[in-house]
Design a protein around this ligand. Structure first.
Ligand code: DGY
Length: 325
């Protein structure tokens, strides 16, 4: 009998076609996030889930889906999945590394430039009919070129962000669990430093770490207080890595100059305090959202699911202990 794959959110037609070539597919064209109970009912007899970061994959769901062999997340981040629970049940979990690196790095730069040069604030000013003419001191921003870029989390995406800094003549400071090799550091004009040194010295601080209990509120009031009053913070990592209340307060008090934020604690809900601030550029978790990249992510998730269903090891297995367990 054909395997059943549940696709929890709307994906591209060619991704569904690819899945349909190997399985019976139940999809969710309404694109409404499924409530935990709805998902459990839909996936009760499923062999594979192609899911998104909006789905909680935990023990209570897994217990209700006894046939499940694979959970293929359409994201590189996987803090929505309880990996230990998957492994205990022999369910493979996969993510989509690599395909979104450059697109996400582009967007981190969009937020850096937008926040530093006050792009969204300037547009609002114009749209609201407040522009009466050129002024020397109008909407003064901070320079990006030749500034010091600090990157916290120097994995593939962090390095893609650093590569772009070369074109802006920016030295790079970075924090990462492990140090890059000397040739890569030289190529990126990057120096491995302690987090406090980075926070104190960087003009731009970009966060690119995965979310985990260890990175919860990695940037809070104390860390924001270490930053320069002219500095810009960019969060393209995950909500919860920044203490949003503390950030709002720092932006309000101008203890840092500006921020560019793509991810929020408890999203899609977010602290409405952000809306009262001019010195923040806000986006609804779209750093990887180009057509090509989102298609690539969904296609890779489909490939991971189909590999498992055909008995092959998936390319992006997160819990190797579940393989043939
Ligand atoms: C990821 O891949 O983790 C992104 O946040 C998805 O948008």
């Amino acid at each position: 009998m054909a395997h059943k794959v549940v696709v929890t959110r709307e994906v591209f037609d060619d991704v569904l076609e690819r899945l349909r070539a190997g399985a019976t597919v139940v999809d969710n064209p309404s694109d409404r996030p499924l409530a935990p109970d709805e998902l459990a009912v839909l996936a009760a007899d499923a062999d594979a889930l192609v899911c998104a970061l909006t789905d909680r994959i935990d023990e209570s769901l897994l217990a209700r889906c006894p046939k499940l062999k694979v959970v293929a997340n359409i994201a590189v981040g996987y803090n929505n999945i309880d990996l230990a629970a998957c492994t205990a049940r022999g369910v493979m979990a996969t993510n989509t590394p690599g395909v979104l690196d450059e697109t996400t790095a582009d967007f981190a730069w969009a937020l850096m430039l937008g926040a530093a040069r006050r792009v969204t604030e300037a547009e609002r000013y114009l749209r609201e009919g407040r522009w009466t003419g050129w002024q020397l001191k109008q909407l003064l921003g901070v320079d990006v070129h030749h500034a010091t870029l600090g990157i916290i989390g120097m994995g593939r995406i962090g390095q893609a962000i650093a590569r772009r800094a070369q074109g802006f003549s920016m030295p790079v400071l970075y924090c990462n669990r492990s140090r890059l090799d000397a040739a890569t550091e030289r190529g990126l004009n990057a120096r491995w430093v302690a987090r406090d040194e980075l926070l104190a010295a960087a003009d731009f601080v970009v966060l690119m770490v995965p979310y985990s209990p260890a990175t919860h509120h990695l940037i809070g009031a104390a860390e924001l207080a270490r930053m320069k009053p002219t500095a810009v913070l960019v969060n393209t990592a995950r909500g919860g890595v920044v203490d949003d209340r503390a950030l709002i307060e720092a932006l309000r008090q101008r203890t840092i100059a500006a921020a560019g934020i793509d991810v929020f604690e408890g999203e899609p809900a977010f602290d409405r305090g952000f809306l009262a601030l001019d010195n923040v550029v806000l986006a609804p978790h779209i750093a990887s959202s180009s057509t090509a990249t989102r298609r690539g992510m969904a296609m890779l998730a489909a490939r991971n699911a189909l590999c498992v269903l055909s008995g092959e090891r998936p390319p992006n297995l997160l819990n190797p202990d579940a393989w043939k367990s």
